[in-house]
Ligand binder design. Structure first.
Ligand code: C2E
Ligand code: MG
Ligand code: MG
Length: 635
């Protein structure tokens, strides 16, 4: 029985046990009414709940929609970013591969595949590094021991250290691999092809150590090799350094042009390479200067043999661009450790020996001797004394008269410089002019000579000219013409009373600037003479370039006038000069016999001890005036 009905029955049962039906009915009706009320209540709350649920559903749907949209959005953004990253890593010039903490591939780019020679399927995620390296070793894109490489790499990653290793591969390729640790214990390896950079660096290093023309080691590399050689000298063995200089190279270069000179230097370089054995360094250390290092020298004779071979190899005649060339070399040799244990000291000593070889007649070799050093010191002292001498006015001019053969009168006096040394007395120009030329002092000294000679000549009779010698270095100076103008102006001397003497070497250099200067001087009215004619290296072709006023026939021809050939030469010169409108002066006429010869050979003028030695200024007037008796003597 229903529990509620049982309760209603109980409540409707009276004390005598009879059921009061009216009460029961009342109770049942009330129960139904209550049930109806409850049902309505339930219905209402159910409807409410349903409504709430629907609202909730709608809310949830919105949230889901929003979240889905956000997710899609993020997905799209991520896809975009991934594409960017993908484009970036696949377009970077470096190969990139990422590894996890177990040394397995995470990702790699295309460049890595290209550089490593691996296929995409060989570099899948999870692939162990060791397998990649073994394969790369087999195909030559990895050099080294893979196991050892990985050991060192893992140790560096564990220390959080970025490490770069360079691999030299076949085909002159260099790959730099940089491994950067990641926070998760893995690392990123970037592979960069630095072959071009390394090649450029090697080229620069080569250029810094080699001569561009001959590709021989230069002075820098020579010094390094020499230092290494010295460091390796044993008890029994020594080493030798040669300084080799080509004789008269400058003349060849100046006459035939720089291109020709370059060709000759290359030729000499090849010959030197060919005549030395392995282990010998051949270097070019300057214009026409070469050097050799002969290591492991046991006998001095080996050194002398090599020097002889070098001289002969260089001397072998060659033909370059249709020109037959014969060039000699001089060699200075210093031995280590005997003559020094420092590269610079050895090179300096070999240079001193070279200096000596040149002085002793070229085309030969000399070993260094300690006395050569003393000579160098003396030379340095001379240089500084010379500079001081100019400042202190220790130079003087002597004048040597020049006689006109036809009218027997002095026409000109040549200014010849001397050094009035406070201790050593009067020093002749041959002892200091070459040094003054080498150290550039000749320009200032030459200017002093010009000014003094013009000033002195201004006091002479107006028909007497003054001749001044010009060094080739002065001819090369841009200041020459203004200096001459200044000297004439300061002395008040007419330009036509000045003669400038130049030598054939000036014409060999024959630059346009030289010719322009000569023309300007000529334009001023100054006379130009060719001094020491016949002693130069060059052919006579330069006589076509400039019309000289005078040819001074060198003393060496005059010395020898008893010889038919010498007379024929002088005659040819005087004939040629006359046809070119030049006058001739015979230099160094010492005897009456020579005087008669040159007169018969039609020389216009005579200079020499027979007429007068060079005289101090104070004596010049006397010589000019006292010359009249000579007219009688030669008549
Ligand atoms: P140079 O111009 O040919 O001068 C002639 C040289 O021959 C002078 O020598 C003179 O003393 C010498 N001499 C003259 N007659 C005779 C002779 O009969 N017999 C012999 N044996 N010698 C004779 P010096 O004065 O010693 O000058 C030598 C050279 O020095 C000159 O040769 C000239 O080239 C150079 N020189 C002299 N003074 C100067 C100068 O001021 N500037 C330049 N750049 N060079 C100069
Ligand atoms: Mg002269
Ligand atoms: Mg002369």
């Amino acid at each position: 029985m229903d529990k509620l009905f049982a309760q209603q029955l109980t409540r409707a049962t009276r004390a005598d046990g009879e059921i009061d039906l009216a009460v029961l009915e009342e109770l049942v009706v009330a129960a139904y009414a209550q049930a109806e009320r409850d049902r309505r209540l339930i219905d209402r709350s159910t409807a409410l709940m349903a409504e709430e649920l629907e609202q909730l559903n709608r809310g949830l749907e919105r949230v889901v929609e929003e979240r889905t949209a956000a997710l899609r959005d993020r997905e799209a953004r991520l896809a975009g970013q991934n594409m960017l990253i993908d484009t970036a890593i696949n377009n970077m010039p470096q190969g990139l591969v990422m590894f996890d903490a177990d040394a397995r591939v995470v990702i790699c780019n295309k460049r890595y595949l290209e550089m490593s020679g691996l296929r995409q399927d060989q570099v899948q995620p999870g692939q162990p590094l060791i397998e990649l390296l073994r394969y790369r070793t087999a195909i030559g894109t990895f050099s080294g021991d893979p196991e050892q490489y990985i050991r060192q790499l893992l140790a560096a990653v564990a220390r959080g250290e970025t490490r770069t290793v360079e691999f030299e591969l076949a085909g002159d390729r260099t790959i730099a691999v940089t491994n950067r640790p990641r926070p998760d214990g893995g690392w990123v390896a970037t592979h960069e092809d630095i072959s071009e950079r390394r090649r450029a660096e090697k080229k620069i290093a080569h250029m810094a150590h080699h001569d561009a023309l001959t590709d021989l080691p230069n002075r820098l590399l020579l010094r390094e090799r020499l230092a290494d050689t010295i460091a390796g000298i044993g008890k029994r063995k020594r080493a030798a350094v040669f300084c080799i200089d080509l004789d008269n190279f400058k003349t060849v270069n100046d006459t035939l042009g720089h291109q020709f000179g370059d060709g000759l230097l290359k030729y000499v370089a090849d010959r030197l390479r060919a005549c030395v054995g392995p282990g010998v360094t051949v270097a070019r250390v300057g214009g026409d200067e070469f050097s050799l290092i002969l290591p492991d020298l046991v006998h001095d004779a080996d050194c002398a043999d090599l020097a002889q071979r070098v001289c002969e190899a260089v001397r072998t005649p060659i033909e370059l661009a249709g020109h037959p060339i014969l060039i000699d070399s001089s060699i200075g040799i210093a031995l280590a450790p005997d003559h020094g244990v420092e590269p610079d000291e050895l090179l300096k000593n070999a240079d001193l020996a070279l200096y000596r070889a040149k002085a002793d007649g070229r085309g030969s070799y000399r070993f260094f001797e300690p006395s050569m050093d003393a000579r160098l010191k003396a030379r340095r002292a001379l240089e500084s004394e010379l500079r001081q001498a100019l400042i202190e006015g220790q130079f003087v001019l002597h004048y040597q008269p020049i006689l006109n053969v036809e009218n027997n009168a002095i026409t000109c006096c040549e200014a010849l410089v001397r050094w009035q040394h406070p201790e050593r007395g009067l020093i002749p120009p041959a002892d200091f002019i070459p040094v003054a030329e080498e150290i550039g002092l000749i320009v200032a000294l030459g200017e002093w000579v010009l000014r003094k000679a013009c000033a002195d000549a201004a006091s002479w009779p107006s028909q007497i000219k003054v001749a001044v010698n010009l060094s080739p270095i002065q001819m090369g100076s841009a200041n020459l013409v203004p200096t001459v103008i200044g000297a004439l102006a300061a002395a008040g001397l007419p330009a036509c009373r000045l003669e400038l003497e130049i030598t054939e070497s000036v014409m060999i250099q024959n630059t346009e600037a030289t010719l322009a200067a000569l023309h300007q001087l000529r334009h001023l009215g100054v006379k130009i003479s060719m001094d020491d004619f016949g002693t130069g290296y060059s052919a006579l072709s330069y006589l076509r370039l400039f019309a000289f006023d005078k040819l001074k026939i060198d003393r060496c021809f005059i010395n020898d006038l008893s010889n038919d050939a010498s007379r024929a030469i002088v005659r040819a010169v005087t004939d040629m000069a006359r046809s070119l409108g030049m006058i001739t002066t015979a230099e160094g006429v010492e005897t009456a016999e020579q005087f008669d010869h040159v007169r018969l050979l039609c020389c216009d003028e005579v200079q020499g001890y027979y007429i007068s030695r060079p005289q101090p200024l104070a004596m010049v007037h006397g010589v000019i005036a006292a010359y009249a008796p000579l007219r009688a003597k030669s008549a």
